[in-house]
Design a binder for this molecule. Structure first.
Ligand code: ATP
Length: 722
């Protein structure tokens, strides 16, 4: 066995030297050609190809490939040895592929092959290709140095299974402050999602740590490769919950060689489209209200403003109002620029209803008014006497101004705001809207709108109105849209984005068990799938969790079940770690000291990213202070945080969502903070599943009831300070 490993290592060492030499020669050849800066278009495009070659070779030289697959296609006499890397490299003299791009059809075998002695197959542009896999090998190369060779499948060894050894080695590594690519260990169920056809609205329900975010980013890289003539990076969009989260995931796409994909929060994108006509009310206040503990907890049901304004029903109500506006906005009067001269109302209506019907509302208004002006000029041209003409022109200008005033050009906010004025609703507010609008919601909205402030749930309706008024120009259309943490989106938001996305090309990913923003997000995936045609929708579930140890996942599952009895549970990969430590503190002071001691202990090991996760933003402050007093440098993360810096963080659970840390200390897991409700169970579940390797919980005299049913073999209970 030892000698076999050694010979494999020697074999790969030799191969690496050869490949590196070839890549180096190609890179030098390209670098020797001076970059073209002239105006000749043909030369420019040749230079673009060379520049992309230089970039690719520079990337490939460091780590040319990460995998090898020996595959014998049916009809061939011997297996071909395929090396798979992040960048495809061919030998320009022989056109032979030295390295195959991981996104190429044949490379899919490297991921989809899950062992066995039977035939394996992959979809090529020419059809299905079948054959036998002989060897699947993982190869770790760092800065041109061969570090590791692991065979995960070897037909000659007689064992038909693909082992998880290499995956486990990867998962056991500590994390720094950024999410990483997973090209060398993409799993078969993830690969299916990554390679799914472009024109589908993919909905991906995945348990915590199942790789949803990572998979979505790899999918973008795949789409750019596979459909290079149809999709463009700058026309793809990733929506993520916060700027800090975007910062956290910002490393993956460059690692995959993909740049310039648009990334935004929904709010930033919407506010830009609205030309910042409105401002968002302070998000910290809203979060503090929805995540309050004790008697201040608001009820979370369909009457919550986010649920109501985010519903499909509200899309319909709003659309009806816009239709009513369209039918009734045009003044129903003739236009009389001067005495005995009349442009009949019917003619104007014809220009509005028929001639310009295909234009969006406000553009249409502009065109009708321009048409009226042209009519006026023609009529004035018929008047020969100059002084009379001047007089009539003046009168006409006045009349036209009055006409325009009667037909007010509304802004999206002006239109929307008026709908909530229940005492004096505008003519376009339908009876149905007035009947459906809850009074408290109308008055709370109206009070905010007076200050030009809006809540996140107002943004989708506002952009919807804007689109109806002005249309959606090409620059605001996406070739593909990713919605991460989609369980927190509303159907209204997705419906709006559907209008901004070509061919329903979506990756919508989330986890209902982490739906902690239930006051605005969905409660079941069909709230989204019903927005798309069935044949254009794809639904995938990811059950395996790659982030955390088995102990952490089993523990988190128990917590979740205590509040959400029929929740989907995560299945861990077989990676064992420490039991979960539960520390009971006699006083708040002792609890803070226990948190400090835990951070100090964990920092003494190999962990790089540690989080103390609290129930509320308010609860973060004392722990942060205690850490500071102990001389521990930490980041206090609040709602406005833009960057994630790694190290030690103190963060409320709802802001930690999507992130991960080597170790997590859940602070204040008390009965009043985490009740046995679905909302609190999900929140605590989110907190637990942020941890990769170690999880510690601290509570006072009265622990959360969500901890009541945890099997004793998973936990280690201690008195804090003992
Ligand atoms: N196939 C894989 N190989 C190696 N690591 C993986 C794989 N899939 C996922 N991971 C790792 O698991 C962790 C979780 O991934 P990611 O954050 O994408 O999951 P998620 O489903 O979006 O999680 P959550 O919903 O909890 O935020 C990351 O560290 C990621 O690198």
């Amino acid at each position: 066995m030892e000698t076999k490993l050694q010979s494999a290592y020697q074999e790969e060492l030799q191969r690496l030297e050869e490949t590196s030499r070839q890549i180096d020669a190609q890179l030098k050849r390209l670098q020797a050609i001076p970059p073209y800066r002239g105006d000749d278009l043909t030369e420019q495009s040749l230079e673009a190809v060379r520049e992309s070659g230089r970039r690719n070779m520079a990337r490939a030289i460091e780590e040319p490939y990460f995998g090898r697959l020996d595959f014998q296609e049916n009809g061939q006499s011997a297996p071909a040895t395929l090396y798979i890397g992040k960048v495809g490299v061919d030998d320009p003299d022989t056109s032979k592929l030295l390295v195959i791009d991981w996104r190429a059809p044949v490379a899919s075998l490297f991921y989809s092959f899950t062992g066995g002695l039977e035939q394996a197959e992959y979809e090529s542009p020419e059809g299905l290709v079948a054959g036998l896999v002989y060897l699947k090998r993982n190869i770790v190369i760092r800065k041109q140095i061969l570090q590791r060779v692991v065979d995960t499948y070897d037909r000659s060894a007689g064992d038909p299974a693909v082992t998880d050894e290499f995956l486990l080695y990867r998962l056991g590594e500590n994390k720094d402050n950024k999410l990483r690519d997973i090209v060398s260990t993409i799993q078969a169920e993830q690969d299916r999602i990554i390679r799914a056809a472009k024109n589908t609205a993919l909905i991906i329900q995945g348990v915590a740590g199942s790789g949803k975010t990572t998979v979505a980013l790899h999918r973008l890289a795949f789409l750019l490769y596979q459909y290079r003539d149809q999709v463009h990076a700058e026309k793809m969009m990733i929506f993520a919950p916060s700027r800090m989260f975007l910062d956290y995931i910002s490393g993956v796409l460059p690692e995959l060689g993909v740049g310039s994909i648009q990334q935004s929060t929904f709010a930033d994108w919407a506010l830009d489209l609205l030309d910042h006509e409105v401002k968002l009310a302070d998000p910290a206040e809203r979060l503090a209200a929805w995540f309050a503990v004790g008697p201040e907890r608001p009820p979370i049901d369909d009457t919550a403003p986010g649920r109501w304004k985010g519903s499909v029903r509200f899309v319909q109500l709003l659309e009806d109002c816009l239709r009513k506006y369209e039918a009734g906005a045009l003044p129903d009067t003739d236009f009389e620029p001067w005495e005995r001269k009349k442009l009949p109302a019917d003619t104007i209506r014809g220009w509005w209803d028929v001639e310009n019907k295909h234009y969006p509302l406000m553009k249409r208004r502009e065109r009708v008014i321009a048409r009226m002006k042209r009519w006026l000029e023609m009529e004035l041209d018929k008047v020969w006497e100059a002084s009379r003409r001047k007089e009539l022109k003046k009168s006409a200008a006045q009349k036209l101004r009055a006409y325009e005033k009667a037909w007010t050009a509304l802004t999206p906010f002006g239109f929307y705001k008026a709908l909530f004025d229940v005492k004096q609703p505008p003519f376009y507010a339908t009876k149905e809207l007035c009947a459906a609008l809850p009074e408290s919601l109308a008055s709370a909205s109206a009070a905010q709108f007076k200050k030009k402030l809006v809540q996140p749930e107002d943004l989708a309706p506002l952009v919807y109105i804007r689109d109806t008024f002005w249309g959606i120009s090409g620059e605001h259309m996406f070739d593909h849209t990713v919605i991460d943490e989609a369980q927190d989106f509303s159907p209204f938001q997705v419906e709006l984005l559907r209008r901004h996305t070509k061919n329903d090309s979506f990756s919508i990913l989330g986890d209902l068990s982490q739906g902690i923003h239930g006051y605005q997000g969905i409660h079941a995936w069909d709230e989204f799938s019903s927005l798309f045609e069935t044949e254009r929708t794809g639904y995938f579930e990811l059950e395996r969790s790659y982030r955390s140890t088995m102990e952490i996942i089993h523990f988190a599952n128990h917590v979740l079940q205590a509040g959400v009895p029929n929740a989907k549970l995560a299945v861990p990969v077989f990676r064992s770690g420490e039991p979960i430590r539960i520390l009971r503190a006699a006083s708040p002071k002792q609890a803070a000291a226990a948190a400090v001691a835990a951070v100090e202990r964990i920092r003494g090991g190999s962990a790089q990213a540690i989080a103390v996760i609290t129930r509320t933003e308010k609860a973060s402050a004392p722990v942060y202070k205690a850490l500071q007093q102990a001389g521990i440098e930490a980041h206090l993360i609040g709602a406005a945080q833009q960057h994630y810096g790694g190290g030690v963080s103190v963060v409320p659970a709802y802001l930690a969502k999507g992130l991960e840390f080597d170790a997590v200390i859940l602070f204040g897991v008390d009965a009043d903070a985490y009740e046995a409700t679905p909302q609190d169970a999900k929140l605590l579940y989110v907190g637990c599943t942020r941890a990769l390797h170690e999880l510690v919980l601290i509570h006072g005299a009265d622990p959360s009831p969500l901890l009541a049913q945890i099997p004793s073999e998973l936990i280690q209970i201690q008195e804090a300070g003992a």
